[in-house]
Write a protein that binds this ligand. Sequence first.
Ligand SMILES: Cc1ncc(COP(=O)(O)O)c(C=O)c1O
Length: 427
Amino acid sequence: MNSRIQINQNLNDPYLSVMDFLNEVTLRFPKAISFAPGRPDPAYFNLKDSNKHLEIFVEHRAAQKGVSKETIWADLGQYNMTKGIINAELAKMLAIDENIHVKPEDIVITSGAQEGMILALSTICNPNQDVIMVSDPSYIGFTGFAKIYGLEICLVKSSENGIDLVDLEDKIKLLKTEGKNPKIVYDIPDFHNPTGSYLSKENRLTFLELAEKYDFWIVEDNPYGMFIYDGEKVPTIKALDKNQRCIYLGSFSKSLYPSLRIGYLVADQQLQNNVALSDELTKVKSLTTVITSSITQAITGGILIEADYSLEAINKDKKEAYLKKWKTLMDSLEENFRGSNNEWAKDISWNTPKGGFFLTMNLPFNVDEKILYECVENYGVIFCPMSMFYLEQGPRKQIRLSFSYVTLEQIEEGIKKLAAFIKLQVS
Ligand SMILES: Cc1ncc(COP(=O)(O)O)c(C=O)c1O
């Protein structure tokens, strides 16, 4: 018998079914070349060394604490510190790799960055009272939970230069005149998902000034920052943050591998009454996942110890492999959509992401699920219609291509097929 009990009505929002749709397409067409998933390349996961990394961690901790290795092994099987057990190792890594200098107790280790988003939203915001702000389109992991949680989301314009800070300031002023309270602005300044954009250093500094002026926190999500292919690394917002305006979300899903489920929040903010924001986040975590797996924290800790607390060297080969994919994609796009043979493609353009996994293509026609199915069924290529990532409903003439999970050969073949499909649409 069907129940008359109504579950959370926010779940009816079609925006929340995007991931299901993409999984369904991928499962229905397993042989298609898929530019849809933002998955890391499994060739670099290195799971086979997990036992060695556990050993390294246990030995290191036993020496540090002056206890037996048996004691540390037992600790790993037990409930542990809610805030995490590798905070000190992470603080060292952040100082070396990102020039972010925080105390271990300012860090909360989470079950992936996704849990960090949930903790940040539910610790900081009151539903029916607070407003969060994001550029549109944005990463559904953050906005999707905000919707389920019932938060009002104010959308900000963006371009290939990232979040539009003029529009952000205008919208904040408007919200304030309406008596509303924008508390958090979420962004992915390094190689945005889904657009691939990045925010210049100048704009990062302006962003921080706005946070100070209008009294909000920036939630900076940075899973892709390490994968830069063009130009110099720009400091993260957190590295530029002198006034504790930024809460930083990190993830090992791309720099190591996703099934570790290790992410972290850097929250060095002090609240009134001298309460640390990290302690409040930990309070919520104690009622959410209790602890992040000590086993996978220890594997991550072992990797960091072995690598002298820097992920740069570990990711060198992987970065080169992604760089090759990026170059192949850029060359394939040039070859198939530019030049005298390709007059038909003159209204088609794309951005040049400086890093990360994603690229935006602008097409002269609206792209919806029907068009995607036509392309998969007839040309064997899957992409993401960008409309899936927009909160503001309406037709969109853009697609997202992700290049991390496809091989070089698949990129060349897939772009050729995609061009043939698009040519048919525009002629
Ligand atoms: C922008 C962004 N943030 C966070 C995540 C998820 O990170 P995690 O696997 O650590 O939960 C992703 C995954 O694709 C992402 O694209």
